[in-house]
Ligand binder design. Sequence first.
Ligand SMILES: [Zn+2]
Length: 334
Amino acid sequence: MFKDNDILAFTLANPDGAEVSAFTTAQGIVVETWDTGIFCLTPANPGNKDIILSCGVHGNETAPIEIVRDLVKQLLDGSLPLAHRLLILIGNVPAINAGKRELEENLNRLFSGAHAQGGIDNAERRRAQALEAAVARFYGQRSNVERLHYDLHTAIRGSKHEKFVVYPFLHGKPRSREQIMFLARCGVDTVLLSQSPTTTFSYFSTNTFGAHGFTVELGKVQPFGQNDMSRFEAAAEGLAELVSQAQLVLPDYDETAVNLYRISRVINKQSEAFSFTFGEDVENFTPYPKGHLLAKDGDLEHRVELAEEAVIFPNIKVAVGQRACLLVARTRLD
Ligand SMILES: [Zn+2]
């Protein structure tokens, strides 16, 4: 058992390795601790979904960690039933304790084996390997079930669309309209369709295990206890329905209910002279019209090429040769 059914307090108090253990709740949920911040919950009669909720992959992104803690509290104290197998992953525990996004490396760029590249050993790389192993163990225990993985984040900067999701590249497989409607039910009404393989956690689950996986951005970073949890109500309620109901009742796909974007261009920094024409505080998804000057890089000018393109994740501090921002454009599902 965890004091006050609080897996977060338990995890942060045992950052260097929680003892492997198991107990059964009064409602018959078997709760296994596999490792630090890794908990597998199995109800007496599991339904047809294997659900992974991960949070804290970036240590300072506190609201998702609080959402997951509170959800598990309800499952453990019996106030919310569990209908499906559930794996909870609290990502970067030492970074959470330090109140930092990361200690040495961005954990969300170390999956699909990237942690083993380059002969570097650090806490984030070891953690990526442990998280991959937990996902493989969890999904490997059953087949012919729906595999789901929601990797919950908050963004560094503000966004025109406060809540959005990055839908990993599926190598040509169709996107799930049902999942898009579920995310909209969670208040996440903007979907960015990725069009290339990456080393993110959600791409790993999607590509390696055929899961419906998503990087879910729920709003802006705030310290623990300073999140306005009312802004996350829809997400918390949607996730509670997901884990507690045998089948979700969702509306039919409605493209007017969501904003769909695709990546239209990547702008890389080619020299130290690189500068944006907009300020540091520009919000993600800020749109610009055709011809608008976005950035200068020495003699090179980067202008909007489509009727409208929006900027996301601008970062002038990257090394020369690295991505300075992405441009996105409105799109539709095929
Ligand atoms: Zn994040």
